[in-house]
Design a protein around this ligand. Structure first.
Ligand code: ADP
Ligand code: MG
Length: 404
């Protein structure tokens, strides 16, 4: 069922549809009577960092920073799309879509890749002409790329065919990013954008690829602070972490039958085997094993409104990412420190892959502006960088918006 346009989104929808219509002027079709609108949210991970490829748990929320596409289906097996932010129109045809060895590095790859992955999965696609705009900041770690893929998947889908479930569409979009765009991401971003639920975070089990909505206490709001230091996740740092986790699994499995991933390792098992692990591998494994427990504990604390535990869990996650997994940065540490000094901030930590990017804080409703003010004045003094602060709400996953 189509979601009604939220009051705050009416102007945005009208602007996008009128832009679509003016783009069609002079074409054989002069009206956008057949115009449609789809949306897909970005996401922020509340807790559970680097646990995804260890087949553990993550707890993201889909947020009200979103990619919207206004489009009109046409009979041609082609897509022509304009990005308003980039002021650029790109097109591609369905015929001959194939992952390239040499990347073009264009934003349309996320859309073409989604079409490619849908066709590969046997899902019918339909051509369209459209315009897109987005309020998801690019490259800040809030997954503008997954939002673009999920919005594209809705625009491309043949409405006469049965819509696959959100988890299946997430897997298809992840394949687009891994196999076509060439970015080796886990399932979290696409799944959160596809399956989000208003007022809830999503507990994702990355082994079974299932999601359970986890209610957010209504008295809490989510504030994302961008450090302004781009999350330059260098591929070698990421790959080294992956290899270290795999080495831990291999060594632990020699003595512990049934261990296939760090997901299967509990604290007692890690302690028993710790002296057999190289020091650095032991620290990486300790982060993953305890981070998985923290995700489950956070779901319980959110359910029970146990604010003290939330603060402790976020602090422990940040310290572990800084000291054991070594993916934080001076900027992230300073941002968390500034946030923790503001009354009403209950929990704060780095979010995403680290080395820059954003922090996420859980804040008593009403304290958001004090946090914003403190960050905007104090953080630049400490780092010389300009921060951006986003008050976000947990929203429903991607889907069509009713334009009638
Ligand atoms: P993020 O953390 O935001 O997902 P990525 O590097 O994974 O960062 O994806 C960002 C890319 O997604 C951009 O470089 C661009 O190719 C594409 N993208 C995001 N938003 C838009 C937009 N509004 N218009 C066109 N392309 C976009
Ligand atoms: Mg991305």
């Amino acid at each position: 069922m189509n979601a009604p346009i939220p009051a705050s989104g009416r102007a945005r929808a009208a602007a996008l549809l009128s832009r679509l219509e003016s783009g069609l002027a002079g074409q054989s079709r002069s009206s956008t009577a057949g115009a449609r609108l789809v949306r897909a949210p970005g996401r922020v991970n509340l807790i559970g960092e680097y646990t995804d490829f260890n087949l553990g748990f993550v707890l993201p929320a889909a947020i009200d920073l979103e990619v919207w596409i206004a489009f009109e289906p046409w009979d041609r097996p082609e897509v022509e799309l304009t990005s308003i932010e980039l002021n650029e129109t790109r097109s591609f045809a369905f015929a001959g879509l194939a992952p390239r060895t040499e990347r073009h590095g264009s934003w349309i790859d996320y859309v073409a890749g989604t079409a490619w992955a849908m066709i590969e999965a046997g899902l019918p696609v339909r051509g369209f002409r459209g315009v897109l705009n987005s309020t998801v900041p690019v490259g800040a770690g809030l997954s503008s790329s997954a939002a673009l893929e999920m919005a594209s998947s809705w625009a491309l889908a043949d409405p006469t065919a049965a819509r696959p479930t959100a988890d299946r569409m997430a897997v298809v979009a992840q394949r687009a990013e891994n196999g076509y765009v060439g970015v080796n991401c886990g399932i979290m971003d696409q799944f959160a954008s596809a399956a989000g639920s208003a007022g809830h975070a999503l507990l994702i089990d990355c082994r079974s690829i299932t999601a359970t909505p986890s209610p957010m206490p209504p008295a809490l709001s989510i504030v994302v602070c961008d450090t302004g230091a781009p999350h330059k996740l260098d591929a070698s740092a990421y790959n080294t972490r992956r290899a270290e986790c795999e080495e831990g699994v291999r060594i632990i499995a020699e003595r512990e039958p049934g261990v296939k991933s760090l997901r299967d390792v509990d604290e007692a098992m890690l302690t028993r085997n710790r002296n057999r692990l190289p020091e650095i591998v032991g620290r990486r494994c300790e982060h993953i094993v305890l981070e998985n427990s923290r995700v489950i504990a956070t779901v319980a604390a959110l359910r029970d409104g146990d604010l003290d535990s939330l603060g402790r869990l976020f602090a422990a996650s940040h310290a572990s990412l800084r000291n054991l997994f070594e993916v934080s940065s001076v900027e992230l540490d300073e941002m968390v420190d500034v946030a923790n000094s503001v009354p009403g901030v209950l929990a704060s930590r780095m979010t995403g892959a680290g080395f820059g990017g954003c922090t996420v804080s859980l804040v008593e409703r009403g304290a958001e502006e004090s946090l914003r003010e403190r960050v905007m004045t104090e953080y630049p003094k400490r780092t010389g960088l300009t921060a951006r602060v986003f008050n976000v709400e947990a929203v429903d996953g991607a889907g069509p918006i009713d334009v009638s």
